[in-house]
Design a protein around this ligand. Structure first.
Ligand SMILES: Cc1cc2nc3c(=O)[nH]c(=O)nc-3n(C[C@H](O)[C@H](O)[C@H](O)COP(=O)(O)OP(=O)(O)OC[C@H]3O[C@@H](n4cnc5c(N)ncnc54)[C@H](O)[C@@H]3O)c2cc1C
Length: 469
């Protein structure tokens, strides 16, 4: 970059969103981009992730469009056998650093300021302060500021828990679980999300008896079966599941009927058949992981934890005793945030957000492509990128699927967008046409095409019937 103080785009945040956006943008334009992040390197929340986390989706469609993550290998052994490989947190961080060092910086189009906070700015300018030197630099932004921190993840290592911990009670963020040197009196896992599931699976894989685990679940979640989110050579499995869920969406007569249908075709699965899920945060789990989780019998369903004491938890709905010497494991951070949606494209500003469900990499890259090709036409750009808020409740599945399918229909009206998506490694459905001859795949494509329009209409109706906007 000739002059780092004068750029076309200022991208705030070098997490997945900022990196995927930038990659797509510089592949299509000769724009000059400055990326800033308050962390020491690219990769966002992955830099502070718990040590045993992996992507819950395959690496094959995570990251930035121009660089593969991993080798697109299907694991032959271990808990992930039969599925595309999934990167560890360390591998994800290494990947983003490589993208920065070997693609972005050598391109001459991108500069990266680490340990730097965007502390202010107005139309066409931004003030950036270095966290260690204290130096503040003003940057002129010729085109747009990209707020790639809008969905910034809240994670156990950095969030402040919403409960009190008394002296004598031992509560650690999930990151510190690996530092334990001696068996605890019991393990109390706090949270119903993917992090809590990872903590439980990890404890069980370490040989901890399930009876020594207490799992505090304020809500029961719906889950996505990992077999349904496989790309490349397994994209046929993806479209079969997708078509089934689209048919269910078109035929359902009520929200309750929809979830029955989705469960019947295994588009959604649950851990405990006796408890009706009310939560949906899109966690992806294999049958193996679900089987392990089902061995935990001591599940506490008394709302949220308010106060932890050495021998008990004070919950929304009463008190629950725990074994002497119990270790509480905090998995209550929100993960992906769900701020109020705003238009992705505004004058002088881009705010990457969800569009197609469960595809943050693809969505951020698509926004980069749309900026490169239609950034001056805000109406068309926004039409192609309707913001799709990250889900929390089961009912959010309906809204999320409706918005995602609506976006897909709009993309289909633009030949260059469909061509870009078809060639994009981040698109789980890429290459589907080449698999149409496989058993059941042609039928699934036909089913999807037959029901897509009716599904969009019916999902809108089901959502409205439930009194949701
Ligand atoms: C445990 C976990 C597992 C996940 N697994 C998957 C998965 O398998 N598949 C998937 O698709 N998604 C997964 N996700 C979500 C996904 O990884 C993406 O990383 C997500 O979209 C977050 O990326 P982001 O760039 O929006 O946010 P972040 O990763 O949080 O990055 C935002 C960045 O902005 C920086 N920042 C904030 N404010 C400022 C400021 N004022 N100045 C400078 N910099 C600032 C922060 O330092 C941060 O680095 C997972 C998330 C979590 C928490």
């Amino acid at each position: 970059m000739a002059d780092g103080h004068d750029v076309d785009y200022l991208v705030i945040g070098a997490g997945l969103a900022g990196m995927a956006f930038t990659d797509a943008l510089i592949s299509e334009t000769d724009a000059r981009v400055l990326i800033v992040d308050r962390r020491h390197g690219p990769g966002g929340h992955w830099n502070d992730a718990y040590p045993f986390v992996r992507l819950h989706q395959p690496s094959a469609f995570y990251g930035v469009p121009s660089c593969s993550l991993g080798e697109d290998r299907i694991d032959e052994t271990g808990p992930n056998a039969g599925f595309y490989e999934r990167a560890t947190a360390a591998e994800v961080c290494h990947y983003f650093q490589e993208v920065m060092d070997e693609t972005f910086l050598p391109s001459g189009q991108v500069d990266f300021w680490a340990m730097s906070d965007v502390v202010g700015g107005g139309h066409g300018t931004a003030s950036i302060s270095h966290r260690l030197s204290g130096a503040t630099t003003d940057v002129a932004v010729r085109k747009k500021v990209v707020d790639a921190r809008y969905l910034e993840s809240s994670i156990p290592a950095t969030h402040t828990p919403r409960f009190t911990v008394s002296d004598g009670a031992r509560c650690v963020p999930v990151n510190d679980l690996v530092k334990e040197a001696e068996p605890a009196g019991g393990y109390v896992v706090l949270g119903a999300g993917k992090t809590a599931m990872d903590a439980c699976v990890w404890l069980l894989e370490q040989g901890v008896d399930p009876h020594r685990i207490t799992w505090v679940k304020p809500r029961e979640p719906w889950l996505i079966d990992r077999k349904n989110l496989q790309p490349r050579d397994k994209v046929g499995d993806f479209i079969k599941d997708w078509a089934n869920s689209v048919e269910a969406s078109a035929r359902a007569t009520s929200a309750a009927d929809l979830f029955e249908r989705l469960e019947a075709c295994e588009a959604l699965v649950r851990i405990d058949a006796n408890v009706e899920p009310t939560m949906f945060r899109a966690p992806i789990l294999s049958r193996y992981e679900r089987g392990l989780l089902a061995t935990i019998e001591h599940v506490v369903r008394s709302g949220h934890v308010r106060w932890i004491q050495p021998d008990r938890m004070v919950m929304d709905d009463g008190e629950v005793m725990v074994p002497a010497g119990a270790l509480f494991i905090d998995c209550t951070a929100e993960g992906l945030q769900s701020p109020t949606p705003r238009p992705v494209f505004e004058p002088g500003r881009i705010t990457p957000q969800g569009i197609r469900e469960g595809s943050p990499s693809f969505n951020s890259a698509l926004i980069g492509y749309v900026e490169a090709t239609r950034g001056d036409d805000l109406e068309t750009a926004n039409d192609l990128t309707p913001p799709n808020r990250y889900p929390s409740t089961a009912m959010d599945w309906i809204r999320q699927r409706h918005t995602g399918m609506t976006a897909q229909m709009r993309w289909d009206q633009h030949r260059d967008v469909t061509a870009w998506a078809e060639g994009c490694r981040l698109n789980v459905a890429a290459g589907l046409g080449a698999h149409a001859g496989e058993p059941g795949v042609g039928d699934a494509i036909g089913k999807y095409l037959m029901y897509a329009g009716a599904a969009i209409e019916n999902l809108a109706k089901l959502h409205a019937d439930a009194g949701l906007s």
